[in-house]
Design a protein around this ligand. Sequence first.
Ligand code: HEM
Ligand code: 2DC
Length: 469
Amino acid sequence: TVRPFNEIPGMWKNSIGNLYTFWKLNGFKNIHHIMVHNFNTFGPIYREKIGYYESVNIINPEDAAILFKAEGHYPKRLRVEPWTSYRDFRNRKYGVLLKGGEDWRSNRVILNREVISPKVQGNFVPLLDEVGQDFVARVRKKIERSGQNKWTTDLSHELFKYALESVSAVLYGERLGLLLDYIDPDAQHFIDCITLMFKTTWPMLYIPPSMLRRMGAKTWKDHVDAWDGIFNQADHCIQNIYRQLRKESGGQNKYPGVLASLLMLDRLSVEEIKASVTELMAGGVDTTSITLLWTLYELARHPDLQEELGAEVIAARTASQGDTMQMLKMVPLLKGALKETLRLHPVAVSLQRYITQDVVIQNYHIPSGALVQLGLYAMGRDYRIFPRPEQYLPSRWLRNESHYFRSLGFGFGPRQCLGRRIAETEMQLFLIHMLENFKIEKQRQVEVRSTFELILIPEKPILLTIKPL
Ligand code: HEM
Ligand code: 2DC
């Protein structure tokens, strides 16, 4: 017999007490570890209430399948209040990230065609390939200038620029030139604003932003400044393309970028296009760059694997005879490596949905309307789900073990990551170019852990040494 909702184990009765304990444990920066701990204490399902936010937490792939089958036609995630509050405060439109209901769906369907459908990947590849080549040239220059035939650095700043250059190339169909010696202060400011925006989001997940606003709290002010900077810079880029488009009467057969395609398609209002393109530009920086940093970190820790991947890339290069699209179909182990990175170092600590029908999970009844969270970080590190979870083994994604609801780094279904195709292509091409040209090494073998700043990021800088092959 199915057990009632109220019998699900967990600490969901004293929400203010929980908030206090959470704060004392530095839980905000450690959400991912606390979730692992809770699954160890309560088992594969538990209820929790921290501040105003109540959820049912699950960890098993089979339960994730039940969750996503109950997500309904307009899948809804946990609302990130500070992000919607900023837009309400400044009277800006929500983009696809924050919209809901039919408004979300109709926008998303149109965006899907230009951003994530398989037919557009061919347009992105030449642009992203060029950015990858420029990155290699930049690293070579740095190595030369060092006079030591190697370059030791915290690559994160370079990776932020690589990611912004990549996503901008795809969105605007033209290069910003961020990988040149001259650093455009506006671009650097944009990057800094995104970091600040994430940093100032998490404190407001549990304390209503409206309250912090009335109190004149610094977190709220910084958050507003950060989004202002993001919107101003995106506006600037969008205006540029808009003006160009009105001057030229089309005619060229060069791919014009996502923004121009959307404007010419004329199925969304200019305001709606602006809102979503801004989100895409902002969403495209820290996510891919940090995933690439973690991947390089793992490659540095596994020299044999690095060689194996290098060999796969060289073989694919030869066999594809200069056809880059073709080449991307011939690097399964490299794709496995990216899945493995997202398993151990996911960007999102959890996936969440408000379910739209009653379900039974782990023999408990869960009513329609409940917020159900899949602990993505915890799932990736559970030995019952991934044998030897602590080992970085890209080949596990090639074997015929079950992959059923196990590769969820980009989310699932119609509400999954809209930038997925861009992110995957950009990251694959980056690694291809790096593996063809360099060897990555690491100083000491110290384990770097994750810390939560809305997205999960390395808790301390990762120093890598890059040598020419
Ligand atoms: C949503 C992960 C890169 C834009 C999401 C979600 C996840 C995610 C987990 C929520 C999905 C769900 O609820 O099912 C990642 C990871 C990335 C990445 C791991 C890179 C490694 C990007 C990039 C962009 C982007 C490059 C923009 C170009 C978005 C947008 C949404 C989203 C707009 C909201 C979609 C919607 O609500 O309809 N991402 N993302 N992401 N991501 Fe990404
Ligand atoms: C953070 O408890 C933890 O892809 C919360 O590119 C639940 C939660 C809700 C939504 C998630 C968020 C977490 C992590 C960051 C995500 C976000 C949805 C989209 C966003 C996963 C798990 C992200 C990084 C987007 C951001 C685009 C934005 C900058 C315009």
